[in-house]
Design a protein around this ligand. Sequence first.
Ligand SMILES: C[S@@+](CC[C@H](N)C(=O)[O-])C[C@H]1O[C@@H](n2cnc3c(N)ncnc32)[C@H](O)[C@@H]1O
Length: 203
Amino acid sequence: MGFYTDRILPHLTDKVCGVAANDTLRRRACAGLHGAVVEVGFGSGNNVGFYPAEVERVSGVEPADVAWKIGAKRIAASTVPIERAGLDGQSLPFGDGTFDTALSTFTLCTIPDVAAALAEIRRVLKPGGTLHFVEHGLAPDASVRTWQHRLNPIQKRIAGGCHLDRDIPALISGAGFETVELDRFYLAGAPKAFGALSLGVAR
Ligand SMILES: C[S@@+](CC[C@H](N)C(=O)[O-])C[C@H]1O[C@@H](n2cnc3c(N)ncnc32)[C@H](O)[C@@H]1O
């Protein structure tokens, strides 16, 4: 993929996504996770400290070797067993109905074929299993959306394929999930084009 994407970007992502301002979002997204969890786009493990006690094990799916290495200390210190179980959310190496719950934070913006990834997450969840998410995406306001469409080509280049203008709730429901909880809001302190968030649970 290239030196920038493979070696530099995982460090930037670790810092940018790992800011303390995101802690509340991660805590909220992780609430209710339990049993066997698949975390798609595990990154450098920024969610590790937020898994509830009811989580038994986490199967992390992450293509970037460097991100996994950055997260090594967090993973080693975790009370929850974590393994790198896959490399690509678009093709999960698990049988149908393997997991109780799934987690995605700031990742559905980046996976190239996001519909395929959501279909895979749905496939590997047990019946009634839930996807917990916090994602940025298409803003509710037309003026913000205009800027998101304009900035999208630049964002994709500098942020490893990250899209600003994906309609995350629509993609999740389009994959056959039923939305159980959904909170849509702008992240305080961030430009609206980058901080239009969807946080929720889908079954
Ligand atoms: C913006 S980072 C978010 C990382 C982490 N979830 C967090 O909240 O800090 C997006 C992550 O998605 C990963 N990613 C990109 N393509 C992917 C794919 N096809 N399957 C799974 N993860 C992918 C990237 O390597 C990166 O770690």
